[in-house]
Design a protein around this ligand. Sequence first.
Ligand code: ADP
Ligand code: MG
Length: 320
Amino acid sequence: MPDEFGLIKRYFSACGAASGDTLLGVGDDCALLQPPAGEVLAVTTDTLLAGVHFPHNSSARLIAQRALAVNLSDMAAMGATPRWFQLALTTPDADQDWLAEFSAGLHVMACEFNCALVGGDTTRGPLTISITLMGTVPSAQALKRSGAKPGDRIYVTGSLGDGAGGLAVLEDKLSVSTEDANYLKGQFWQPQARIVEGLEIRKFASAAIDISDGLLADLGHIAEASQVGAVVELDQLPLSEALQRAVDSERGLNWALTGGDDYELCFTVPANKLAQCQRLIDEGVLTATAVGQIIDGQGVRCVDKQGAPFEITGSGYKHF
Ligand code: ADP
Ligand code: MG
């Protein structure tokens, strides 16, 4: 069995899409990276712990892809282009088959999103994957949480609640047809990072966040950072057909609002930019649905079809 450095060389020295922006990658004390002129670095870290963020004994390939996907989702929410990442891997036994699968999964995902593994750290212990992803964005175009204004429309990409549905299937808490099970599990393991969408909406969105803890919680972060309130129109929430078949509408809405693990974008659009946003939707460049309105005030509330207030129990996944 190769030593630590042999392992790194074998599995992690050529992972992802090599690029001229990487002056020096894996193998020295630091990586040397060259951001494009006029752009700033966007940096984010997410950690996945076995037994907490995914079931024990999950596929190494899927773990790798999910670990990168959740970081890519943060990059998308900033309107940034992913370029490089570092991997801090803690493994109980450095099993070769596991590492081969893991690095293969990571490589595929990194190539798809045009970023490269440029360094990291390898330690022994309970399985933990921590990725730091670096991207770049023209600083004036970075999509912060703090830019929403009363009158802005609230949009979400894709559909909501599938991540929670997928986890329920994985944990044998939900029985559905094989086809729907595969779709929902796929949404959990390989959430589609909305990088392309992020690059498009940064031209007109006033604020954005990715939905990792449920729409209510994450839209709440936009509301707080922007010092505004938000109203969610429940009948507008986009639920996939698979989810609608799998659970009743109350559970579907609950998962959409508080389930988490969706990794879609929630963004706000000023009234004078709505036409620009709608054009992208019509052209099929952007799959997004208007789900509410930014208002004066604070907090997030929900209304039903008639505009009557609607109470939701639970407020998204909390880690503590
Ligand atoms: P140092 O002791 O100087 O911190 P390490 O021995 O931790 O360096 O790592 C040696 C090289 O291998 C460094 O370039 C580091 O970035 C890289 N590296 C270590 N672990 C990983 C990993 N899991 N994935 C990618 N690169 C790694
Ligand atoms: Mg060193």
